[in-house]
Design a protein around this ligand. Structure first.
Ligand code: EPZ
Length: 421
């Protein structure tokens, strides 16, 4: 559903907001539910567009899904008969659909998935996914926009990832869960969402160890059982709300968080002049003084998350001085810069670096979301800008933020969602 978010900026946000389950944990775990025949219950599942899209992918493969938004509960039942082909249009809509290839191959010995498209932030190759599946014994054929993988039996192997790819680590982990023997993933991604997937597989009777480090060991088992599992909170949604307090000079308590997952952002917000108070499952952010200019470099976890790069840039457009943001994870994740410039930001791109000369003010303007996190950055900028900002193409936001305008309005923002004429 397309629409516009309209914001009257200049209001310091205050209050409490609760974070949902993590989109980037939900999606791989929903795919991993294909590893067991029978019913899986997932909890803390937000009503995100990407969750609905993944449900459609699972249904197209023959699984049953039932989502209860009020209870944030998702039931997935994949019987003994699974189709082996994920529909082209859905995989092109959402890259994360590609995460079904590992579990499908493990369950049925065959998987046919369309080549996932690139997107605004980069070409998003899948060479490391395929390197891992081939190492486990799969035959991989690419043609007519599809990837076909076949394997009579998957056998454990030692696999080195040239880059600690989150998706490749997850696909290989899921395929290896039912392989014969032990698989070792070296230079694995260490993100909390990878750890959550490993915990889910172990809850089904899998034997994954080392998740959260750069070496993950998976001992294959003959079958996995159904389980009832609660996903971790969304550290990127949490960080977005923390930044909403910082950019508006308010005081916001973000609830249902795991502070350890937000260490890089907490450190950077303190460097930028914010007050951050951590408690067991909540973080309070406030700012009384000016925003200090800082440098930020995105890195694979536990480095500063690339998904918070654009929201952080929104904050730094109002810093006293010049900041430099270096994006090392994706090759084209500065699409939000032009839109921030329309609001008066002074940003220069030099290769993988954005040089931000802080300004005293941003000015409301009609801007367009180019991808999920760029949209979040534009909303944050609108919250701090003078006058009105209209953010269009907000279907990007609906992919990763649930009830975003309601939550911000609950913190005092003058924000509303207008349907596109
Ligand atoms: C996951 O994407 C997240 N998505 C992304 O979140 C996140 O930005 C990214 O990890 C990095 O943290 C989900 O978990 C659903 P990668 P993924 O494979 O798995 C290169 C959001 O906004 N690469 O770690 O696709 C790739 O080109 C989204 O919520 C290869 O070269 O990320 C990129 O430069 C955006 N070959 C880098 O690795 C491969 O085979 C990181 O990609 C795979 C990846």
């Amino acid at each position: 559903m397309n629409g516009i978010i309209s914001i009257e900026g200049g209001v310091p946000l205050t209050g409490r907001v609760r974070v949902e389950g993590a989109k980037n944990a939900c999606l791989p775990i929903m795919a991993a539910a294909l590893l067991c025949a029978g019913r899986v219950t997932l909890r803390e599942i937000p009503g995100l567009q990407d969750v609905y899209t993944m449900c459609r992918v699972l249904k197209a493969l023959g699984a049953q899904t039932a989502y209860n938004a009020a209870e944030r509960t998702l039931l997935i039942e994949s019987g003994s008969r699974l189709a082996a082909e994920a529909p082209y249009d859905l995989v092109r809509q959402m890259r994360a659909s590609f995460l079904v290839i590992g579990p499908l191959l493990a369950r049925t010995g065959r998987a046919r998935v369309s080549l996932p498209g690139g997107c605004a932030i980069g070409i998003r190759p899948i060479d490391l996914h395929l390197k891992g599946l081939k190492a486990l014994g799969a035959e991989v054929i690419i043609g007519h926009g599809f990837i076909e993988t076949v394997a009579d039996k998957l056998r454990g192997e030692r696999i080195y990832l040239d880059f600690p790819s989150v998706g490749a680590t997850e696909n290989i982990m899921m395929a290896a869960a039912l392989a014969e023997g032990t698989t070792v993933i070296e230079n694995a991604a260490e993100e909390p969402e990878v750890v959550d997937l490993a915990r889910f597989i172990n809850a089904m009777g899998g034997r994954v160890s080392g998740a959260g480090t750069d070496t993950i060991r998976i001992q294959g088992v003959s079958s996995l059982n159904c389980t009832d599992y609660t996903v971790i909170p969304d550290r990127i949604e949490a960080g977005t709300f923390m930044l909403s307090a910082a950019i508006t000079g308010g005081l916001v308590t973000v609830e249902n968080v795991i502070p350890a997952h937000l260490t890089p952002l907490i450190a950077k917000l303190k460097e930028a002049g914010c007050e951050v108070v951590e408690e067991a499952a909540q973080i309070q952010v406030s700012r009384a003084g000016p925003i200090r200019a800082i440098d930020v470099k995105t890195l694979p976890y536990p480095g500063f998350p690339t998904d918070l790069q654009s929201p952080m840039m929104a904050l730094l457009t109002l810093a006293t001085g010049t900041s430099v943001i270096t994006e090392t994870v994706f090759e084209n994740r500065f699409m939000h810069v032009n839109e921030l410039r329309r609001m008066g930001a002074h940003i220069k791109i030099e290769g993988h670096c954005a040089v931000i000369s802080g300004r005293r003010k941003l000015y409301g303007a009609p801007v367009k979301a180019t991808d999920l996190r760029a949209g979040a950055a534009l909303v944050l900028a609108g919250l701090a800008a003078q006058d009105r900002t209209d953010v269009s193409a907000i279907h990007h936001l609906d992919r990763g933020y649930w009830r975003f305008t309601e939550k911000l309005a609950g913190l005092g923002a003058k924000i509303k969602r207008l349907e596109q004429p």
